[in-house]
Ligand binder design. Structure first.
Ligand code: SF4
Length: 327
């Protein structure tokens, strides 16, 4: 086990680390099971709540560990009931998280990094670069924070907030493990969707190691144009991404979707619609058209409803499952 510093978050330890810790501290092995249950399944954030653990052992744990839960800086509530939070972590970095209640369900959109290094031309987060990647527990803490605020357990998570999940893959995989493992939240991986712009080697690893749904940020099917919008195109092009996706089965439980923000005069022509159809032909996928709302300092504009519907209707003739959503 790695050396511990005071106030390390106990939830950053793996199950094995916890077993070793319990043995090191001379406690019987079953204490590890109890501790893992409190930390990952019951999600308590205080040693005092671990009522079946002897007080003396709890005091020992308090000496070495803490629960670094994020602080809520702001919360905005929308008309549709969605709540957007700005959460700050122990070192002062902050991220956005959104809770979206829909018909007895609660979906959470989590960030995986504070800032982002991908530099997409339409994204305010990308303008300021990457501050740091989040730990797995910092990602799970967003789900916990939203669940606690709504007073109900979240039912699904989309990894579509700030950051590129593949650029923080180990922590993203660990976070999805905590959410899906029997010792954790015990969710089906089908309740989780992870988005990506497409990052060489990392996307393949994710597809191999995870059963969660995948959402690819396409935004332009023409590589030279997409590179202008999304510099990541130069690392792994959209054609390579689609080629890779063709090796996996999305016809059953696992779902593949493409995200497409429609920008006026940039990616909204019939030429683009035809290129999309050609690119994804034969793939089992959904297509999400997203409205763009003007962002200060970003010289891109969204399209009106008529254009959006025309674009959707053309795609619908050739692809199934086209959906228009708000950002
Ligand atoms: Fe923004 Fe996502 Fe692009 Fe990063 S990958 S710059 S968060 S749109």
């Amino acid at each position: 086990m790695n050396p511990r510093t005071k106030s390390q978050d106990i939830r950053d330890l793996s199950q094995n680390d916890i077993r070793e810790l319990v043995a090191e501290l001379g406690q019987p092995a079953f204490r590890a099971k109890q501790l893992i249950e409190w930390v990952f399944e019951k999600n308590v954030c205080s040693f005092d709540d671990m009522t079946n653990i002897p007080k003396a052992f709890r005091e020992q744990l308090k000496e070495a560990f803490a629960f670094d839960t994020p602080t809520e800086l702001t919360k905005q509530v929308s008309k549709d009931g969605s709540r957007k939070y700005l959460l700050e972590y122990h070192d002062g970095v902050s991220v956005e998280t959104v809770g979206m209640p829909r018909r007895n369900k609660l979906s959470v959109c989590v960030s995986t990094q504070a800032g982002c290094g991908m530099g997409c031309a339409f994204c305010a987060t990308g303008l300021n670069g990457l501050k740091r990647s989040l730990t797995a527990q910092e990602i799970v803490d967003q789900v916990l924070h939203v669940s606690n605020d709504f007073g109900e357990r979240a039912t699904s998570v989309v990894f579509m907030g700030q950051g590129e999940p593949m650029d923080n893959l180990d922590n993203v995989l660990r976070a999805t493990e905590i959410l899906t493992a029997d010792y954790g939240w015990a969710w089906s991986p089908k309740r989780i969707t992870v988005s990506s712009v497409g990052v060489k080697n990392k996307l393949k690893r994710f597809l191999e190691e995870s059963d969660c749904h995948v959402a690819i940020s396409m935004h332009d099917p023409i590589p030279s144009e997409r590179a202008e919008l999304m510099p990541a195109e130069r690392g792994m092009g959209i054609e390579q991404v689609v080629e890779l996706l063709r090796n996996y089965d999305f016809s059953h439980q696992r779902r593949l979707s493409f995200e497409y923000i429609v920008f006026k005069g940039v990616n909204d022509s019939m030429q683009h619609a035809k290129a999309i159809i050609k690119l994804v032909k034969g793939l089992d996928c959904r297509f999400n058209l997203i409205r763009f709302h003007q962002i200060p300092d970003i010289p891109l504009q969204g399209v009106d409803d008529e254009k959006m519907e025309q674009f959707r209707d053309y795609l619908t003739q050739h692809l199934s499952l086209i959906h228009i959503s708000e950002p």
